[in-house]
Write a protein of this length. Sequence first.
Length: 612
Amino acid sequence: MSELENNNITFDDIAAGDNAGITYRRVESPRDAIFDELKQQPYTFEDIPRTPTKSRGAPGIAVFDYDNDGDLDVYVTNGPSAANSLYSNQLQETGEVTFIDVAEEAGVAATEQDSSGVSYGDIDNDGDYDLLVLGSGEPNRLFENQGDGSFVEITEQSGIGGGDKYSTSASMGDVNGDGLLDIVIANNFNWDNQIPIYIEPFALNEHNQLFINRGNNVFEDVSDSSGITNLAGFPEAEAGAASITWAIAMVDYDLDGDLDIIHADDQAAITPAQLGGVDSGFLHIFNNDGTGNFTDVSLETNLNITGSWMGLSFGDFNSDGYMDSFGSNLGEYPRLNLPGVFPNQTSRWFLGQANGTFIDPGLGELEATPFGWGTSTFDYDNDADTDIIFHGGLDLGLIVDASNPGALLQNDGEANFTYDSDGLANSTNHTRRNVQGVAVGDLNNDGFVDIVSVSNFDFPDAALADYEANYGSPFDETAAFVPTFIPTDNPGEFVWSGLEFPDGTLSVEINSADNGNNFVEVQTLGTVGLTEEGTVNRDGIVAVVLFTPEDGSTVMQPILGGSSYASQDSLAANFGLGEQERGTIEILWPGGVRNRIYDVSAGDRLVFPKFP
């Protein structure tokens, strides 16, 4: 495996300066008017709960080949009066990664919607990807792919709208083994204020929802009967209450052949039980009994750790054969400028154990972490282990956190992570972007994975102030914030700094792919609709792909129908071989069947169907 100093991988943002055909700008949401009004008067700590949440929106990203032309396209959500963008990759047409926005002509602009998260999958097993776009305080929208580059909205007849909830993230997968993709949606609270963040931990939250695919693109809401609304770890008086969920994923965490549900919840500024308050923000794991009935096993699996959990990603970080997870969090830096107590705010990874539990191995040399929203796990340097990227920025009312420069964490193969400060150094300065969604995929088909991220707003020049932090972390040097308000001579009183924030941007960072390491790419293919006895959804979503390079350690990549935060990675599994020339692929399919192929050669791109 390559050491960090020999890594030699860098990323270049081809979208910077509105290049490569990317002209995306995330517009503000209607609730931004509430914040504008607060800025015109003295601002106090009492005004923080009255400040709207995500007033500039909550954009997400999907990386997928919507038109089946052999290259990956990018869908990114936007706010009302601005169309969402479907950037069609022109790699096959021109030989270069450039984009044309075809959202309007494809029928997925959703211009009137204040769109947030997005996920995709083949809900009707007809060989193309359908698109789910979430709404903020309005129904979600489902678009059926027609197979000719266009979509038709089927929200009303599908029953997937979900009401006027504030939906953040979604994930697709087959919960009951019938070969059809079901959908789980993470919900939040009314974003016109932040009362659930600072004052009321339960009463104003919205339950997450599970929709079962009944065929013919019709879905049934089974949230209550499925068990996903029965959250563990709450006080007895709050039994049945909802949480603040930011990210959600369907993933087979215990590798038993059925999908489970994990969601990332926010303790926020609510004092936890260990300090005399109540616990409300965990990483909740709902274990599937194989039929679509779920039980919250967060306490049993040791993930009932309070935190401001924001994003989720998965892989086998230490190559021991068990699924590990990563959760992005508030980080150590924002709390330096906030009133209240915020323990357990580290973005960190948890290592899966043989008995289905998780352990926290600690941060090692990182010492402290910045704020995070979106996250993906991928082998960015193709050295045959699983690395992590997470981004984030947070508008906290008084300040905007800008502590995350793009946290690219390089794995040594044993789940010891080092911050690669050089990887993104020649790309966009992400400390000037309030990044939300993150997704990855190989956009130029060179065998190395690229990174796409979207911000809901950016920062003007000379706006950053340094945190007074000395954690001994590599992030200390770049951790900064933007003072939205500045103190007056009256204690506890502030006035607006006058700063105006530019609209958010889309970053498309292409991997330099120049360290000489080899790769293999695997695309899973379920056989529903292709064989008489097919039982796995067409894309093989929630399969787990394992790869073992010759003389190397096994790594794994779950095929997920949505995770990160508000976003979804490419469904292709990309594996690095380092200098090795061949290896073995094994797939754990939904239902528990395992298939294996030996002597796969470096550079192979395989479509791997499920064998009986």
